[in-house]
Design a protein around this ligand. Structure first.
Ligand code: SF4
Length: 167
């Protein structure tokens, strides 16, 4: 997997100070995409998981990590993304994990495949849905367009209904 970028700390990609990993490659091709270069699976540098984990461990300000892109949950990226999240869970147990995806939660559940379900179980907050330019809204927090939802994934999976996070 290639990495389109990495922020050591950010306040604009989820609640609290967070590291942000942008993976490369996205199949959605949304009109008005905010990160068009990251649609290319060959863009950027090779993702070095050890290096990124070490950088996060060195930064005591961080409350969590956000995985964005590109598309972290497409079939090409999801296994490596899940591996990364599992290491975060183990080695940075106080971190919470946010993940942006162009798929809706329902599309991901309808895949009915093991790695998708495992990954969803490992994520705390899922910001879902494609960017829709006609619904672009600069007023809303942490999203580009108002079709996108900030889903509390732990509660959603437990209660078997979409529970959105208040931000
Ligand atoms: S899902 Fe995100 S990265 Fe992919 S095309 Fe849409 S806006 Fe761009």
């Amino acid at each position: 997997m290639k990495m389109a970028g990495f922020y050591d700390e950010s306040m604009s990609n989820g609640i609290g100070w967070r590291a942000v990993l942008f993976v490369s490659g996205c199949p959605h091709n949304c009109l008005g995409c905010h990160n068009k270069v990251a649609q290319d699976f060959n863009y950027g540098e090779e993702f070095d998981e050890n290096k990124i984990i070490e950088r996060m461990k060195e930064n005591s300000i961080l409350k969590g990590v956000t995985i964005s892109g590109g598309e972290p949950l497409c079939p090409e990226n999801i296994s490596e993304v899940n591996h990364f999240i599992e290491r975060v869970r183990k080695e940075l147990p106080k971190f919470n994990v946010w993940c942006y995806t162009g798929y809706t939660f329902e599309e991901l559940k309808n895949r009915e495949d093991e790695i998708t379900n495992i990954t969803l179980n490992n994520i705390d907050v899922l910001v879902d849905g494609r960017f829709i330019e006609a619904r672009k809204n600069p007023e809303i927090k942490f999203r580009g367009s108002d079709n996108q939802r900030i889903i509390d994934l732990k509660k959603t999976l437990k209660e078997n209904k979409i529970v959105e996070l208040e931000v």
